[in-house]
Design a protein around this ligand. Structure first.
Ligand SMILES: [Zn+2]
Length: 130
């Protein structure tokens, strides 16, 4: 069965992102370095995404919902989400992932709506430490 990819809005993600079952995957390329990022998001640049899919699967073990985004979530975000879904099908690996989603309007929409942006340079981002 082909996996479907659904969209999630920024406000939905804002309320869900602290759930332990969610991973946010930023597939922007160099922009992440100077534009900031959503706290706790993982970085898998679109330019090398395919080579790193198996690492990504390892890194999201225990998560069941992955939210992909790029700057606008027009091209790179949905493309990487689709590649990831196809990969899971090809390897017949379920990996416990139930939902593959794309953040509507991407990082730029997130930031434009005044949602919190992390500017740390930690890899991986540890998220907001209270
Ligand atoms: Zn950070």
């Amino acid at each position: 069965m082909a996996r479907s990819i659904s969209y999630i809005t920024g406000s939905q993600l804002l309320s869900l992102r602290r759930q332990p079952n969610i991973a946010i995957i930023d597939v922007r390329d160099d922009e992440r370095g100077y534009d900031g990022h959503i706290a706790g998001s993982l970085h898998y640049a679109s330019g090398s995404f395919s080579e790193n899919i198996s690492n990504l699967i390892q890194q999201v073990k225990g998560k069941d919902t992955l939210v992909f985004h790029c700057a606008l979530s027009q091209v790179r975000g949905p493309t990487c989400a689709r590649r990831f879904a196809n990969y899971l099908e090809d390897v017949k690996e379920e990996a416990g992932i139930k939902n593959i989603m794309v953040l509507e309007r991407g990082f730029n929409g997130w930031e434009a709506s005044g949602r919190p942006v992390c500017r740390c340079s930690d890899v991986p981002c540890k998220g907001e430490v209270a």
